[in-house]
Every structure is written in structure tokens, then in C-alpha cells.
Design a protein around this ligand. Structure first.
Ligand code: ADP
Ligand code: GN1
Ligand code: MG
Length: 374
């Protein structure tokens, strides 16, 4: 637990979900860029203490929080069943949400904020960065299994919680608009980054075009597979639970693979200012690839496996584009902790893209090899 929560009336939010328990403590938690997360400790009338994770859903990002929650409830119930069938621990293997008195899985506070609450999973933690190959293998396996479990989930029943989320061409268009408007006057500072991005304009269509041509199949994917979106068990160090399910939607296997690589296979943090510390580590990439491909349990076609290196390059480029767009728009989307935060994040991503381009053949060889192992 870190700093105590001040900004919201956490007490009344907690009472919506837990009428027989009283709040003892609430602390700000986690390093996500989108939602406000708290760990809350409660006590029931017998003095039994419990812990929950309470989250304010960012409704600037998710315009229809009720649709996000409908997806999440349906997916977690389904996952829990699949995990049980697979012999896993359904209590720890997926998030377990609480419902309010009115039967809803979220509540709205007096200021119009949307909240959700789920059971805290003890004896596990998230890592912001990973240097240990075995741990990164385990993260890959957790995300691979996530796709395996959801392979037969009816994708067309899911709401698109953020339209065109991984449409990299559309992301580039948004950057163009931000450049044109230059509403906070930062354009002159970012010329080198813009040049690097626009030089790669053709790459932005690489996955989207294959999807439209029917070469790559649409599946249920997580779409936000940063390493800190998997809980790692403190004892076994296995990936125990995939969290942050807001963007579970139809997508490509390459999105989930690639989005994890851009931070997880970097030797530096996503927001490292000293770029000499940010290098693409092909050994970490290889560990993740084996874990991920193995985790899917033979579910990926040859075309999908061969799309994974492109996924890494393009998801990294896409995040570079998104961070720069937000910087030009005056930092309205991602949480920032310093004025140039989004620009720093953009720069690490572009450096990672350059490194991956150099190692592309080896990246391809590794996934082909890992594909043969299963
Ligand atoms: P965001 O969209 O803001 O990233 P997340 O659902 O990922 O929201 O939560 C933010 C962070 O909070 C996570 O990256 C993780 O570090 C932490 N977190 C969330 N839920 C849990 C949990 N049940 N156990 C441990 N850490 C958690
Ligand atoms: C956000 O929510 P979080 O911090 O796990 C973002 C991802 C980006 C990521 C960049 C809903 O992820 O798409 O890749 O930041 N989530 C959303 O670090 O936009
Ligand atoms: Mg997150």
C-alpha cells in the first residue's frame, strides 16, 4: 500500500459494494496510465478483515463504462469456468467482481464517477519492468493462455470499448490532426520524432491490411498486454492472473504479443530519459515468445506466428504515435507525472522500433522456432 486516498469519497463508494463491511483504510495503488486504483481494507462485524481493489473507471477514455463492465463480467465468468476445466485455481486465475445492491457491477458516485470493485488477490504483485527471462516467459505464458481460454468466446458479443483501438493507420491520422492543430504550441520541439514516425507511415498498415484481407483472423484479445497487467505469484513466480480487462475486444494475436514486447523486452523503463539505457533485448524477446506461443497451446496459424514480430514493431510504433499525439494535445489521455513525460515515453518507443528493425530477421527466426516446439 502506498499513499492514502484523498480525492474521492471512498467510504461511500465502498458502502455501495459492501453493505456489511466497514472501510478501515484505502490507499492509492498501481502504476497504470488510465484508471485510478486503490487497495481498500475492510472489516465485518465479526472483526474479519478483507482486502479489495477499487477502481475509478476513466470515463474520459471509456465513454461507456457500463459497456466496459458488461464485457468484463461476461469474460471473467467465462474465464473462471475455463480455468476450472483446465485444472487451475479460478479464485486466483481471474478477477472476481462485486455487485451493488441494485445488481450492477459498477456504481456511480455523486460527481458522476464510475467505480468497480474486485477481490484483491493476495501473495502476488505486478512488475513495471522485467529483467529476468524466466519471469518474462511466465508473463508470456499467462497472456498466451488468456487467448487460448477465450478462443471460443463469441467475439461479436463484445462491445468495442475504444473504437479503432489498434488501428495504427487511424492512430497516425490522429497524430496528423494533433500536428495541424498544435493546440499547446509544442510542435517545434518534436520535429525529430515526427520525422521518425512519418518515415514509417507504410508500416502502420501492415497488420490492419492483413486483417482486412482475411490473412490474419480476428480473435478475442486483451489488447493492453503491458507487463504490469499480469499478477505474478510471489512464491511460484508464475503469471497468476491477467488484469486490466477494459480493452478485451476482438483483435489480432500480434497485438497481444507485440504490446508486451515494447516494454517487457526493453532494458529500460517506458519513460526512461536516458536513451542509452533503452535497448531491445532479444533474449528477453525470445523468452516471451516461447511462453506466449506455448501458452496459446497450438492455437496460432503459421501466418499468425509470422505476424508476431511485426506486432512487436508496430505496437511499439503505435504507442510512440499515441504518446506524441497526447503530448501535442496537451496531455489529456495518459496520466503524466512531469511535463515532458509523454515525449520521453514516445522517444523510448521510437528507439525500440529502430532496434527491432535491425533485429527483425532474428525475431522472425525465434518465433518460427518457438512455433515448431508446440
Ligand atoms: P490501468 O488501466 O490504470 O492500467 P489496471 O487495472 O491495470 O488499470 O490497474 C492499475 C495497476 O494497479 C496495475 O498495473 C497493477 O500494478 C495494480 N493492480 C490492479 N489490480 C491489482 C490486483 N488485484 N493486485 C495487485 N495489483 C493490482
Ligand atoms: C495504457 O492502462 P495501462 O496503463 O495498462 C493504455 C495502453 C497503452 C499503455 C502505454 C486503455 O495502459 O493502450 O499501451 O498505457 N491503455 C488504454 O503504457 O489506452
Ligand atoms: Mg493497466
Amino acid at each position: 500500500m502506498t499513499a492514502p486516498a484523498k480525492k474521492y469519497d471512498i467510504n461511500s463508494v465502498v458502502s455501495c459494494f459492501l453493505k456489511d463491511e466497514k472501510l478501515i483504510k484505502a490507499c492509492v495503488f498501481g502504476g497504470g496510465h488510465i484508471n485510478d486504483t486503490y487497495v481498500v481494507k475492510t472489516e465485518d462485524k465479526n472483526g474479519v478483515e478483507r482486502k479489495y481493489t477499487l477502481q475509478r473507471i476513466n470515463h474520459n477514455v471509456f465513454k461507456k463504462p457500463w459497456e466496459v463492465m458488461e464485457n468484463i463480467i461476461n469474460v471473467t465468468v467465462y474465464l473462471s469456468d475455463m480455468i476450472k476445466r483446465d485444472g487451475g485455481d479460478k479464485e486466483r486465475g481471474t478477477l472476481s467482481f462485486l455487485f451493488c445492491k441494485d445488481g450492477k457491477s459498477y456504481c456511480k458516485d455523486a460527481d458522476g464517477n464510475y467505480w468497480r470493485c474486485y477481490k484483491y488477490i493476495d501473495n502476488a504483485r505486478t512488475y513495471q519492468e522485467i529483467e529476468d527471462g524466466k519471469l518474462f516467459y511466465n508473463v508470456g505464458e499467462a497472456f498466451g493462455k488468456f487467448q487460448k481460454y477465450l478462443a471460443d468466446y463469441p467475439a461479436d458479443t463484445l462491445h468495442e470499448t475504444i473504437p479503432l483501438f489498434h488501428n495504427t493507420k487511424d492512430r497516425l491520422n490522429n497524430l496528423r490532426i494533433a500536428v495541424k492543430n498544435d493546440i499547446v504550441g509544442r510542435l517545434r520541439e518534436v520535429e525529430p520524432e515526427l520525422e521518425k514516425i512519418f518515415k514509417r507511415e507504410n508500416d502502420t498498415g501492415e497488420l490492419v491490411d492483413k486483417l482486412e484481407a482475411g490473412i490474419l483472423p480476428l480473435k478475442v484479445t486483451h489488447n493492453d498486454t503491458k507487463v504490469n497487467n499480469v499478477l505474478i505469484d510471489d512464491d511460484t513466480k508464475l503469471g497468476v492472473c491477467v488484469i486490466d480487462l477494459d480493452t478485451v475486444m476482438p483483435g489480432l494475436a500480434a497485438y497481444d504479443f507485440g504490446d508486451a514486447i515494447r516494454v517487457g523486452a526493453s532494458t529500460g523503463a517506458e519513460d526512461e530519459k536516458d536513451l542509452s539505457k533503452v535497448n531491445f533485448d532479444i533474449d528477453l524477446y525470445s523468452c516471451f515468445a516461447k511462453g506466449f506461443i506455448g501458452g496459446t497451446g497450438g492455437l496460432l496459424s503459421k501466418d499468425e506466428i509470422e505476424s508476431l514480430p511485426a506486432g512487436a514493431r508496430i505496437m511499439t510504433l503505435e504507442n510512440g504515435i499515441r504518446f506524441l499525439t497526447d503530448y501535442l494535445n496537451g496531455d489529456t489521455y495518459f496520466k503524466i507525472h512531469r511535463p515532458e513525460h509523454n515525449l520521453d515515453r514516445c522517444r523510448t518507443q521510437l528507439r525500440m522500433v529502430e532496434h527491432m528493425e535491425r533485429e527483425y530477421d532474428e525475431m522472425m527466426r525465434i518465433v518460427r522456432e518457438a512455433g515448431k516446439l508446440i
